[in-house]
Design a protein around this ligand. Sequence first.
Ligand SMILES: Nc1ncnc2c1ncn2[C@@H]1O[C@H](COP(=O)(O)OP(=O)(O)O)[C@@H](O)[C@H]1O
Ligand SMILES: [Mg+2]
Length: 360
Amino acid sequence: MLNLFPTHILLGKAKNADNEPVWYPKTDLSMHMLILGRTGSGKSNFIYWVVSQLLPDIPVWFFDRKEDFRHLLRVTSSDLLVFNFMENFKCNPLCPPPYVKPKTWVELFTELFCKTNNLLDGSNSILLKTLNGIYHDFGVYDGSDKIPCIYDLLEALNQLKLSPRSRSGGSRESLVNRIEAYIATNESLFDCSIGFDLEKLLSKSVVFELTGLLEVQANFWINFLLYWIFEYRIAKKERGNRLLNVVVFDEAKAVFSPFENSNIGFRPINYMISMLREFGVGVIAADQTAELNNSVFANTMLKVLFPLGSGQDIYKAQTALGLTYQQIQYLYQLGLGEAIIRHPKVKEPFILQIPKYPLE
Ligand SMILES: Nc1ncnc2c1ncn2[C@@H]1O[C@H](COP(=O)(O)OP(=O)(O)O)[C@@H](O)[C@H]1O
Ligand SMILES: [Mg+2]
């Protein structure tokens, strides 16, 4: 799309007497955007519309659970890669990002894997010890770039001398079962020492399709990739409030679940979202209900509200957006392609009219 105002994106037109265009600075996307609306209300269309104005300057990563975004391939002239975790992605999650110390990565990976997979402390300490052992054996701590893969980890775990009846035997078994479940979904995914070059992928727009994965696995991969960017940028000392990447979560509930428990279903993204800005990552989160973690409401600067399905969602959204009773009533009058928007530069919420993105 031809954009006459390249530092900004055009969100749409205000629905008022003047119908003035509504602009939004691209860099402010690093303060994240939340889109709520029931199925069919126009969320995906709005995401296409916004994202098409970011490409190709700002690479966008889509975490896609419904094969929605591969359709962008047909219309975008910029490069867009589509990877499916069940089919054609390759990754060795044990390989530390460039600049990140192996020791740091072993600790982070252990925490991430155990927590996203609901594994308890016993498994955590076995995984940490075993990973340290194989990194050592492979010489990673001495600078070798031969990195063990998941199969090496599995072998090392199976070789531990633990009685199956002991507690640690049980912890090992849980760990092995989880790892085998990942391998079972797609053996060739892990069959690599390094995998696809994530550093290079950071400069490209990518659809990561998570269809067919168990929810814990989808969560693991999403959190893994975000952790990866985060640690990479910390280690590279890439900070500052520039917008470098945008990540899109349609169906954000799966990632930003409201249920929090320090051990079960832990999703680091919930605490990362407040820090991602510093590392140049803007989040666009969309969902059909308002049943989301408070971190999302608290950390999204721009909020876009399409019609919602239930009274409970409307109430939650009203509170989160700080709308009055009168303002939320507009929700019942919105036509297709219209949304209530809370724009940081405009004092009162107003109605935005969004163009249809020409997907066909
Ligand atoms: N701004 C708009 N103008 C016209 N039609 C729209 C607009 N937004 C969405 N639509 C149409 O409405 C339908 C549902 O939109 P979609 O974006 O898929 O909704 P959601 O993602 O919320 O389920 C699609 O057929 C889409 O083409
Ligand atoms: Mg949609």
